[in-house]
Ligand binder design. Sequence first.
Ligand SMILES: [Mg+2]
Length: 172
Amino acid sequence: MLNRFLPNENVKSIFDIQPEKLKKRGIKGIITDLDNTLVAWDVRDATPEVVKWFEQMKEHDIKVTIISNNNLDRVKAFSDPLGTPYVYSARKPLRRAFNRVAKEMNLEKDEIVVIGDQLLTDVLGGNSAGFYTILVVPIVQSDAKITQFNRRIERMILNYFRSKGKISWEDE
Ligand SMILES: [Mg+2]
């Protein structure tokens, strides 16, 4: 049952996810979380590194859509300068937003990867909807949107996966 929370892959940050490697695997689209995945939850704009990452994806014809549970103001202000489509108030881990975006991208599910920093929303939602999921280490450990309860559950599951050798990185 916990396997629903197990990402297909885990990396330190989005910068470990490179377009050449994705293309080799037939990936043509990325659905990514925003807060603590692309930038810290309290940072308004994309950093120059993040801007470059989006540009690299574009150069390789990999479509990127941001799916966030955060509100319109936050998600729009971040996404518009990048010229990237987005879904706000996505209600992850519900599958609806993921499926809608796949349809809008006009791609098959196995041509898309889902990236996020949270097991209980990003990974669970991506897995349930049938996508390949990549977990990143949260950029900062604090997050206004996560309840203490969720955080405790998440930590328990992460520790379990680590003890089984299924997740390799240590969060600080
Ligand atoms: Mg997040």
